[in-house]
Unconditional design. Structure first.
Length: 391
């Protein structure tokens, strides 16, 4: 999905639904995208993450159907219709054409949730989240659909469990081996807070995060280098972490207590780097939570910078536009910055004094100009509410 309908209010989406399907929707649901403050590539290592929800996201207008069919239209692709049975094998095995790739997410969710008693629906989907920006447009689409289907069919599922089901839809139905962070963030985040999630126990707690109260702004810059989890790099990193855990004799890299000992016992330098990142990144999440709970948001910069360097040099998932953006921001006086998400493209976050934000933005934009890259797109990152019914 690339653009949004001109008017993205729930009322406009409901009207567009009526025009597309010849009947009004039963409701409109919204699920946000997310930015991960810190804790990257830790979720599938049973580790810790600290995302927050954006005010941007995916909205779904939906009406119940009782004939076992799910039909999906995107408000952005001229209303193209994709129709599929709610039960069946995995969508990925059906080999849909690339132009229907976006529809594998809602249909995949409908298939997984049908095991829990939901049925068919007509859906119209809209988004004001840039796709490929590493801001979890896929998870937002899954979660808005999941919430709509549960409400329409009167099925109650705890949000933490719904996040697991949405993740399962992406893993099994779409064929992307993502972790649990994005779906949890979209469903569990609360306004004014980040979400500390322990990906082993599934336990989460809100952590106050209000940079504006401290005179700070958290900028999100979409570097316009498109990110995808299906490119192979993400899956390879995940496999390397599993291999390292197996060589170290632990269930997951979360369990590495003695980092120096672990690094000494691994022979492969690539696996050593991966372990170094994951173990230190978990510590950085704990340190960040400590600072936020102590009201010391102004001191986050160093942790963000350390996370970026670790992702760049140890985990090796950064990309030139991200490095240039972080570098330019720091030179312009920002307190810290780092790439976010799976890597190989997508967005960076930058923490800066609000009265310096315009200068930081200009510095990033002119560093791109000098290199002949398209200008980055900036988004206001306001810690917002998780998925909910809008009307
Ligand atoms: C993507 C995945 C998440 C997580 C991040 C990296 O966003 O969907 O599960 O692994 O990358 O932290």
């Amino acid at each position: 999905m690339t653009g949004a309908v001109a008017d993205t209010t729930p009322g406009a989406l409901a009207a567009a639904f009526s025009a597309a399907y010849g009947r009004p929707p039963d409701g409109v649901w919204h699920a946000p995208g997310r930015v991960n403050l810190i804790g990257e590539h830790t979720d599938y290592n049973d580790g810790l993450v600290l995302p927050f929800a954006l005010s941007h996201g995916v909205s779904v207008a939906a009406a119940r159907r009782d004939d076992g069919v799910v039909e999906v239209r995107s408000a952005q692709t001229g209303g193209t219709l994709v129709t599929a049975p709610v039960t069946g094998g995995t969508v990925v095995a059906e080999g849909w054409p690339p132009e229907h790739a976006w529809a594998t997410y809602p249909v995949g969710v409908a298939r997984v949730l049908s095991e829990r008693g939901t049925g068919g629906a007509s859906l119209l989907i809209d988004s004001d989240l840039p796709q490929g920006a590493g801001l979890s447009s896929s998870a937002a689409l899954e979660c808005a659909t999941a919430l709509a289907l549960c409400d329409l069919h009167g099925i109650e599922i705890e949000r933490a469990e719904l996040a697991l089901l949405a993740q399962r839809a992406e893993n099994e139905q779409v064929g992307v081996p993502c972790g649990l962070m994005d779906q949890s963030a979209s469903l569990l985040c609360t306004s004014g807070h980040a979400l500390m999630l322990d990906c082993r126990s599934g336990l989460s707690s809100p952590v106050p995060f209000a940079p504006a109260d401290a005179g700070l702004t958290l900028l999100v810059a979409d570097t316009r280098a498109s990110h995808t989890l299906t490119g192979g790099g993400y899956g390879r990193r995940r496999a390397e972490c599993e291999e390292a855990a197996s060589q170290l004799g632990v269930a997951a890299l979360r369990d590495v207590q003695d980092l120096a000992g672990a690094l000494g016992s691994l022979r492969d330098p690539v696996l050593r780097r991966r372990v170094q990142h994951v173990v230190t990144e978990n510590h950085r999440v704990e340190a960040t939570v400590g600072l936020l709970r102590a009201g010391a948001v102004t001191e986050l910069g160093a942790l963000l910078n350390a996370s970026h360097l670790s992702l760049r040099d140890q985990f090796q998932v950064s990309w030139p536009e991200a490095d240039a953006a972080v570098d330019a921001a720091l030179r312009a006086g920002a307190r810290g910055g780092r790439m976010v998400g799976g890597g190989f493209g997508g967005s960076v976050i930058v923490l800066t004094a609000t009265d310096r934000a315009a200068r930081v933005r200009e510095a990033i934009t002119s560093s791109y100009e000098r290199r002949g890259w398209p200008p980055p797109r900036f988004l206001d990152a306001i810690p917002s509410a998780g998925a909910h019914r809008v009307n």
